[in-house]
Design a protein around this ligand. Sequence first.
Ligand code: PAF
Length: 281
Amino acid sequence: MEMIRSVREMQQRALEERRKGRLIGFVPTMGCLHAGHLSLVKLARARADLVVLSIFVNPIQFLPGEDFACYPRPVERDEALCLAAGVDVLFYPDNDQMYAPDHSVVIQETFLSQGLCGASRPGHFNGVATVVAKLFNIVMPDVAVFGQKDAQQLRVIHRMIRDLNVPVEIISGPIVREADGLAMSSRNRYLTPAERQDALCLHRSLDYVESRIREGERDVETLRNELASRLAHVPSARVEYIEFVNDETLRPVARVEGAVLVALAIRIGTTRLIDNTVLRS
Ligand code: PAF
C-alpha cells in the first residue's frame, strides 16, 4: 500500500493511472475506520483498478464547539485496516496541504442542506461539499463511495455532482450495524457502557416505525409522537430531531407515501448520533 501525504503527488499518481486507462475508485473518510468504511472499500474494489482511501479530518465541516479537536485519529490502526482491506493508496494529507491560510472559496448547497442536520449544524454541508470537491480534484476518481448512514450528506453530494457537472459516479453503501443493531460510527467510541446500551434506541425506533408501517399506519404526526414518547424513557437520550422527509427533496411529509426517509439525530449523553431508514410504501 502506498502512503501519499502531498496533494501534488496524489494528483500526479492519479493522472498516471488515468493515462493508463485504469479506473480509480475512491473512499473519502475522516479516519477512525470501522467495518462500515471497509464495506465501502469493498464496493470501490469491485468497480475500480486502483482504490484510494483518504483520511482527512476536515476542519471546515465542524462548527465551533464541536469535536474537531478531539476527533479520534488512530493513525496506525487505520493504516493496518487499510492494508488488510486491500486499499492501494492511502491519501493522508495534513491541513496545510489541503487549505491555504487565506483560502476563501467554498461550495454552497442551498436547498437540501437546510433541514435535518443542516438546521443544527449551519455551514456543515458547505464544508463537506467543499472538501469533497477538493478531494475529487486531487484523487480524480471515476467512482466514489459514500455510506447511506449520512443520508443527507449523500444527497448533497449527488446534487453537487449534478449541478457542477462533476464527472464522478457516486455509489452508496448500506448502513453497517453492530450485532445488536447500533449503526457503526467513529463517534460510538465516545459512549460509556450505559450510554452504549441507551444508543440502541435509534435502531429500535427505526424498527418500531417499520413495524407500524407494516400495520398500516401512515400518519407522520402519530408516528413521531409515538417515537418521542418511547424515547422519553431512555435515560441519556435527548432528541434533536425525528424527521419524516421526502427521500429526494428532503422536505417534510405529513403522510408516509412513496419513498420517505426517516432520519433521527439523538444525543446520547454528550454524543450526537444519527441513523435513518427509507420507507417505501
Ligand atoms: O463522511 C465523512 O466522513 C466526511 O463527511 C467526508 C465525506 C469524508 C468529508 O470530510
